[in-house]
Design a protein around this ligand. Structure first.
Ligand SMILES: Cc1cc2nc3c(=O)[nH]c(=O)nc-3n(C[C@H](O)[C@H](O)[C@H](O)COP(=O)(O)OP(=O)(O)OC[C@H]3O[C@@H](n4cnc5c(N)ncnc54)[C@H](O)[C@@H]3O)c2cc1C
Length: 377
């Protein structure tokens, strides 16, 4: 069996690892348009559940990832200069580049061929393969070039966001809300190694316009946001790595499979970064596809099974993420909430976490909310 994978991100590389490890005779080629160290972005987030899967499916890369990541137990919500801490939320962060380097090394150890600086824009380049995996990320060229195969539904959302790093260590997943003369800003921050945190800033289009970001340089943007989050950064600068404002692209595809071609990871679906799940979904796609190919040797049938089993799960997750996205898009209307109310709103924003489930995670927080907020209504 010859498999061509377009895109050496977490989805493509992790599938390659699982497939080659279990089927050493398969020829697996990954085409990656960048070099092995070219990626940008800061830390990515995993839930405990995802880590369990990684341990189950490839302990070697799991152990290496665990050696390099940072974990936290809490979500902190900072609003009106007050911090509310909610326990029982275990997550881990790792540098995107470190994680990719681990997956790349594991691929090479197993005999997967990764061809760097090779861009594939035409499926004819891989047409002799038995299975073609399209894992070329959120702006997938293949998805765009073959719309009739996948029937993409794309929606560019209204809020603007920008990824930064900082040496200020956020020991919890910290959601911070700040207001100035231009409007409301939210930051999502978490540590991902011993010295660095991811710091994503998000704001609505009106705030963005009023602040004048359209005519600011990268340095001016950083300086402006360092001022907005002055109290939170404790004097640490924001670190830019080709950081630029973007609009979140919500990606769905009506079909994930066409003949012997399957689309996965961000190319197939995105979920708002506020629930920290892009990498998680990409890795879990890879596991799900591998499982189908393991039980069904006929490629086309395995792909049909993959689509019918995996797609509903991802769509359910996308719905949770959508609820979260909408809340952040409407943030100005929640700025009058007290810090405790805001914390509760944030925790229950995706409807996945009900009041009772939240109580299981942090009984003290829920008891306090019931006493202070619910009892006064
Ligand atoms: C630059 C960047 C920075 C990010 N930073 C963060 C972060 O800090 N925190 C976080 O939680 N999430 C971050 N994310 C989101 C998260 O990493 C993604 O949700 C996750 O990586 C999705 O995995 P994937 O394998 O589907 O796609 P990607 O990780 O996007 O990988 C796709 C790969 O395909 C390659 N490629 C694209 N087109 C072609 C082509 N035509 N031919 C060959 N190769 C191609 C790309 O170079 C890329 O390596 C970031 C994503 C990106 C793209």
């Amino acid at each position: 069996m010859r498999i061509s994978i377009i895109g050496g991100g977490p989805a493509g590389l992790y599938f390659a690892i699982l497939a080659k490890k279990n089927f050493p005779n398969w020829i697996i080629e990954v085409a990656e348009r960048n070099g092995p160290n070219d990626t940008f972005g800061w830390g990515v987030v995993f839930s405990d559940r995802t880590l369990q899967y990684l341990e189950e499916y490839d302990k070697i890369s799991h152990d290496e990832i665990v050696r390099q990541f940072e974990t936290w137990e809490n979500v902190d919500v900072v609003h009106c200069d007050e911090r509310v801490t909610i326990g029982g939320n275990k997550f881990s962060g790792i540098s995107r580049l470190v994680m990719l380097n681990i997956l790349q090394a594991r691929c090479e150890e197993l005999g997967v061929s990764i061809q760097y600086h090779k861009e594939i824009t035409d499926l004819n380049a891989v047409k002799t393969s038995d299975l073609i995996i399209v894992a070329d990320g959120v702006n997938s060229i293949i998805r765009r070039s073959y719309p009739s195969y996948f029937e993409p539904e794309l929606s560019s959302r209204s809020n603007k966001y920008i990824w930064f790093g900082t040496h200020k260590l956020f020991h919890a997943l910290t959601l911070t809300f700040r207001e100035n003369e231009a409007g409301v800003f939210a930051s999502h921050s978490y540590k991902f190694n011993k010295t660095t945190s991811t710091f994503v800033v998000e704001c609505d289009p009106e705030t963005w316009e009023k602040a004048g970001f359209a005519s600011m340089t990268e340095d001016e943007t950083r300086a402006y946001l360092e001022k907005v989050f002055e109290k939170d950064l404790s004097g640490n600068p924001l670190l830019s790595n080709r950081s630029m404002w973007i609009n979140f692209l919500l990606v769905k595809n009506r079909h994930w499979v066409h003949d012997n071609i399957v689309i996965m990871g961000d190319a197939a679906h995105t979920a708002h970064f506020s629930i920290g799940s892009g990498t998680k979904l990409a890795l879990e796609d890879a596991i799900a596809l591998f499982k189908e190919l393991k039980t069904e040797p006929e490629v086309k049938l395995a792909l049909v099974n993959y689509e019918s089993n995996r797609k509903p799960k991802v769509e359910e997750y996308q719905q949770f993420a959508y609820d979260s996205l909408v809340l952040f898009e409407n943030l100005p209307r929640y700025m009058d909430l007290t810090p405790l109310e805001m914390a509760y709103k944030m925790m229950t924003r995706s409807k996945k976490l009900t009041h009772e489930k939240l109580r299981q995670r942090d009984p003290e927080f829920v008891a306090n909310y019931e006493k202070v907020v619910l009892a006064s209504k």
